[in-house]
Write a protein that binds this ligand. Structure first.
Ligand SMILES: Cc1cc2nc3c(=O)[nH]c(=O)nc-3n(C[C@H](O)[C@H](O)[C@H](O)COP(=O)(O)OP(=O)(O)OC[C@H]3O[C@@H](n4cnc5c(N)ncnc54)[C@H](O)[C@@H]3O)c2cc1C
Length: 491
């Protein structure tokens, strides 16, 4: 079937597909670097998983007591604080934020520097430069053509010198129908590498068995008496720094003091066994009396966030579990007796789906050995953190060991090449779909690293558009690092 589309007359320097955690920051960075930028976003606000999947707080990424992600991350935190949507706890942790506030902050940062945004629009398919005159051919949309088995030798050890193709435009779909939008450089920040995969970039997906990390549907309970909840948690072995910075959890078999309450609830039919696979609650700045939950986990057979049928079923499965967890909290957690559901995240939280094959693929060994790279764009000390759907290995959260990475002042680096997909000259892929193995992705995927990758991608894209006819590999990484440092980057 051939579907006609109309090509928009305008050309942008940089088009960002997906205005999420990495994409919003990439758009802001590119616009500040002087590019004419358009951010295309499927939903009606920026921030992606951090806002629309309600993933709060930012996970700490610290080495020797210092935040490793600075630059635009710091600026967004300062703006959140100023509007009462951010907070610093008594331990100096400045990562608490209100996702609804973050939507405003990111939008203001993009628009005030002249960036444009197109909401409620899906990026459907790239049009390759070699194929501009052709009509977009809709084929069976299965991903398998470019999927690379993890056990196969890396097909593109170094893409430099490989024949590359360029993307001419992106076909989008919205209330206006199908249109193609042109740019010199594209940033695929869809999280699922939608653009890269459709452009033919090979990718990995899941672990050695093709099984992905668990998805979750996050929610909040409002109307909580947090003073009473705090007192209960303090009295029950989950020490709190105060009622405004609550953090509590339960995972079967991990010695949580809340486990007996969960066991009782399962036995009385309030909860299912799997509701205790992962349960975690946090306070949210600017929203007194509200707790944000990093759960429920979605049914293990629904683990592929790039499969639209699984994603839809996950939303339903998650909502059912939210009803169960709400009943549990009301019945078993003092302070929650009259709580009600405040938010059910509009986006299912997808931890891992496609991971592109880039000019460099970050590995677990790179992390454990604290690898350094000449083209570093980001430093990470967040641990390997796999939310596995496989029985027996439900949670792997490595913080201790003998590898160099477990020292307090350790970190590894993420190279620019990890966001440069093989085979395409004018595309960058920052965020959770960056080139990495399953284990390495579980460490680098946290939001602040996505910000840092996005910031580097935005600047590089702007420079590639202005000075290199769109070729991202021609951007000098020494100059990029100098610029990132000038903007506060900790690299
Ligand atoms: C349940 C869960 C808990 C987590 N916990 C934490 C935590 O506590 N702290 C932390 O720091 N990190 C946490 N993470 C990790 C982190 O939140 C994500 O890895 C990160 O936000 C991903 O950023 P991204 O930019 O790659 O993708 P996203 O932020 O998901 O951005 C992708 C954007 O692209 C849009 N989009 C997708 N496809 C298209 C398309 N075809 N066309 C147009 N738009 C499109 C989406 O709507 C979205 O806005 C968690 C993740 C999950 C899922």
């Amino acid at each position: 079937m051939n579907l006609p589309y109309f090509t928009h007359p305008q050309t942008w320097d940089v088009i960002v597909a997906g205005g999420g955690t990495a994409g919003a920051i990439a758009g802001i960075a590119a616009a500040r670097a002087g590019a004419r930028v358009l951010v295309i976003e499927a939903l009606g606000s920026l921030g992606g998983t951090g806002t629309n999947a309600w993933v709060t707080p930012l996970m700490r990424n610290v080495s020797a007591g210092e935040n490793l992600n600075r630059g635009l991350t710091d600026e967004s935190k300062a703006r959140l604080l100023a509007r009462g949507d951010g907070a610093v706890d008594p331990n100096g942790n400045d990562n608490w934020f209100n996702p609804e506030g973050m939507k405003f902050v990111l939008e203001q940062m993009l628009l005030e520097v002249g960036g444009e945004v197109l909401y409620h629009t899906h990026v459907v398919e790239p049009v390759m430069a070699d194929d501009v005159d052709g009509r977009w051919l809709m084929v069976d949309g299965k991903d398998t053509a470019h999927r690379v088995p993890l056990t196969a030798p890396h097909p593109f050890p170094q893409a430099t010198g490989h024949k590359t193709q360029a993307i001419h435009s992106l076909v989008i779909h919205n209330k206006g129908g199908l249109q193609a939008l042109k740019a010199a450089v594209f940033i695929d920040a869809t999280g699922d590498a939608d653009v890269a995969a459709r452009a033919g970039v090979p990718f990995h997906a899941g672990d050695e068995d093709g099984i992905h990390q668990a998805m979750s549907l996050r929610f909040t309970l409002a109307g909580v008496d947090t003073a009473r909840l705090c007192a209960f948690l303090n009295a029950n072995g989950q020490g709190q720094t105060g009622e405004h910075f609550l953090h509590f959890w339960m995972v079967w078999g991990k010695n949580s003091t809340l486990e007996p309450l969960f066991r009782e609830a399962v036995e009385s039919g309030v909860l299912l066994e799997r509701d205790g696979d992962y349960f975690q609650g946090f306070s949210v700045p600017g929203r007194p009396g509200e707790i944000s939950f990093n759960c429920p986990r979605i049914r293990p057979d629904l683990h592929d966030g790039a499969d639209p049928w699984q994603l839809s079923a996950a939303q339903v499965d998650g909502r059912e579990a939210i009803d169960r967890l709400t009943a549990f909290c009301r019945a078993s957690l003092p302070g929650c007796e009259t709580a009600f559901i405040g938010v059910v995240a509009p986006m299912v939280g997808v931890r891992e789906s496609r991971r592109i094959v880039g000019d460099y693929t970050l590995t677990l060994a790179d992390i454990l050995d604290c690898a350094r790279f000449p083209d570093v764009i980001c430093r990470n000390h967040y641990p390997v953190d796999i939310h596995s759907v496989k029985g027996g290995a439900r949670l792997l959260h490595e913080r201790d060991g003998t590898a160099p990475y477990f020292a307090k002042d350790a970190y590894h680096e993420i190279p620019f090449r990890a966001i440069v997909p093989v085979g395409i000259s004018n595309l960058l892929v920052p965020g959770r779909a960056a080139s990495s193995t399953f284990e390495a992705q579980s460490a680098i995927r946290v939001q602040q690293n996505c910000h840092s990758m996005g910031e580097a991608a935005g600047i590089a894209a702007a420079w590639a558009a202005r000075e290199h006819d769109g070729r991202v590999r021609d951007v000098g990484t020494d100059a990029l690092q100098t610029e990132l440092r000038r903007l506060g980057g900790n690299i």
